[in-house]
Design a protein around this ligand. Structure first.
Ligand SMILES: *[C@@H]1O[C@H](CO)[C@@H](O)[C@H](O)[C@H]1NC(C)=O
Ligand SMILES: *[C@@H]1O[C@H](CO)[C@@H](O)[C@H](O)[C@H]1NC(C)=O
Ligand SMILES: [Ca+2]
Ligand SMILES: [Ca+2]
Length: 314
């Protein structure tokens, strides 16, 4: 058998590991509007506070125990996000009635057509007749039974194409003539509602105080915690203390020693090693909040040769 003599070196490299921990809240005892508070938190921390889990709610409740009034958090009502149910089309034509949309008493996320030919934003659980859209794009009026907007969307998607999309005045006129004997008819227009400032999902349930959101001042598109640790919608221009969020970050540096040939600083190899470590972390369910990177040595290399070379055989 042929033996090839190669040189092995003892090399070491440093792996930087950054662990992102849970959310941490910082109460800022300074009166600001919601927008000013958002700016402040984004400049000094991560953002206004997002609250997703039970543990996070508990953490907050501890913070506010000593307070007497509202505190801004990162929740806001995205009031200008009207779009159509069918293919998520954006809005090019609008026919609001005077003083609409007004989000009266809060929770008006769906739109119906009235007999005067104008549109109203309404609570989606109101029951109305329905304009579905046929496969040919024609309006079909469903008068029996009257339905909530969500039921109507389900009904139209199952039996036709979707709720109806109104793109111009002529069609709006055509529909208006069709509903003369009814008070309202749902069309496909609706909007997004409450969102977190840091754009994380609002899927976890929001702890609204009883009767909230109610838009009682007419422009309540920002959320504050009350002294019970529940949420209320409030006018964004009010001046309240506020909660910022940050994350506990842990930084560790790991020294790795390898015995290898001369080519370990090849990016293909260092990347492979990094991926292997990442995979190990993932197998242990830890990868989501971990950032790994190599620390480059002063000479730009990842691995540094120790002074004494070793000699081995392959
Ligand atoms: C709609 O829901 C609200 C509570 O979210 C309720 O007070 C109201 O009575 C409901 N309206 C209808 C028509 O069901
Ligand atoms: C489709 O139409 C039928 C007949 O009107 C109705 O019974 C059914 O509930 C509709 N489908 C849905 C999903 O509403
Ligand atoms: Ca309205
Ligand atoms: Ca309110």
């Amino acid at each position: 058998m042929e033996q090839r003599l190669i040189h092995l070196f003892l090399l070491s490299g440093f792996l930087s590991i950054i662990l992102c921990g849970s959310r941490e809240y910082i109460l800022i005892e300074d009166y600001k509007t919601w927008d000013e508070a958002q700016d402040y938190c984004r400049q000094n921390y991560i953002d206004l506070a997002t609250v997703q889990s039970d543990e996070e709610w508990n953490e907050l409740t501890k913070l506010i125990e000593k307070l007497q009034f509202y505190i801004w958090i990162g929740l806001y009502d995205d009031v200008n996000t009207w779009h159509w149910s069918y293919q998520d089309e954006s809005v090019t034509f609008l026919q609001w009635d005077s003083e609409q949309p007004n989000n009266l008493n809060g929770k008006q996320y769906c739109v119906n057509l009235r007999t005067n030919g104008y549109w109203w934003d309404e609570a989606c659980n109101l029951t109305c007749t329905v304009f579905c859209q046929s496969g040919e794009g024609q309006p079909v009026l469903v008068t029996d039974p009257e339905m909530s907007w969500n039921k109507a969307q389900h009904y139209c998607r199952e039996n036709y194409t979707d709720l109806f999309t109104i793109r111009n005045m002529d069609v709006n006129q055509q529909l208006t003539v069709m509903i003369q004997d009814n008070t309202c008819a749902w069309i496909g227009l609706f909007r997004d509602s409450w969102k977190w400032s840091d754009q994380t999902s609002t899927s976890s349930s929001l702890r609204w105080a009883v009767g909230q959101p109610d838009n009682s001042f007419g422009q309540d598109s920002c959320a504050a915690l009350d002294y019970d640790g529940q949420i209320a919608d409030e006018s964004c221009s009010r001046l309240y203390y506020f909660l910022c969020q940050t994350r506990r970050v842990k930084h560790q540096i790991l020294r790795l020693e390898v015995k290898a040939g001369d080519n370990v600083n090849d990016p293909a190899i260092t990347t492979t090693v990094l991926n292997k470590v990442q995979q190990k972390l993932r197998e242990q369910g830890m990868a989501a909040d971990v950032k790994l990177s190599w620390q480059q040595q002063p000479n730009g290399m990842v691995f540094q040769k120790h002074t004494n070379g070793l000699t081995g055989t392959e």
